[in-house]
Design a protein around this ligand. Structure first.
Ligand code: GDP
Ligand code: MG
Length: 166
């Protein structure tokens, strides 16, 4: 199996840490070379089951100028073209304008979305359940996977869930 995934989420949620953790566990190649005019390959994750090509998506935000408009268009196209979107969030029930805007963009595409709740090492189970409840109201997620990118908790499950959509 092989296919394309993209990792989105606001700064500091742990996107880089998660990528590094996945790379650390399995053979992977990282590249910053432009692959197409639209997308950049961040990482190729390889294991016995196949390959997951992670594509970089420029920040999903409201356009404030021409460059912003271009970035938003690139982001929208990437969301449409990948096999699965991973939306990484903090384990908090606080949902701001940024989260609502991402949910609006995701509602426009048919691509399956996996909600990845990161930093589970920092919260209790009840808090995690509250976070899941909060995000369920924002989007109809195909999967919800809590992980800790820091210590690798549940990242194997995340990989299995991604392969389901490739
Ligand atoms: P990015 O901006 O989304 O790429 O976020 P980073 O990967 O740079 O992580 C931002 C901060 O969160 C760093 O200080 C990380 O060490 C921390 N962090 C990332 N993942 C975890 C996690 O699973 N648990 C904890 N406790 N901290 C994390
Ligand atoms: Mg980063």
């Amino acid at each position: 199996k092989s296919g394309f995934a993209t990792l989105i989420g606001r700064p500091n949620v742990g996107k880089s840490t998660l990528m590094n953790k996945l790379i650390g566990q399995k053979i992977a190649i990282t590249s910053n070379k432009p692959q197409t005019t639209r997308n950049r390959i961040q990482t190729v994750y390889t294991c016995d089951e196949g390959q997951i090509v992670f594509l970089d998506t420029p920040g999903i935000h409201k356009a404030k100028n021409k460059l912003g408009e271009y970035m938003v268009n690139v982001a929208e196209r990437t969301l449409k073209e990948v096999d699965v979107v991973l939306w990484l969030v903090e384990p908090t029930t606080f949902v701001g304008a940024g989260e609502r805007h991402i949910a609006e963009q995701l509602a426009k595409v048919k691509t399956p979305v996996i909600l990845v709740i990161n930093k589970t090492d920092t919260v209790k189970k009840e808090e995690l359940l509250a976070v899941i409840d909060t995000y369920r109201k924002l989007h109809d997620f195909h999967e919800i996977v809590p992980v800790s990118a820091l210590n690798g908790d549940n990242t194997e499950t995340l990989i299995e869930q991604i392969f389901k959509y490739l």
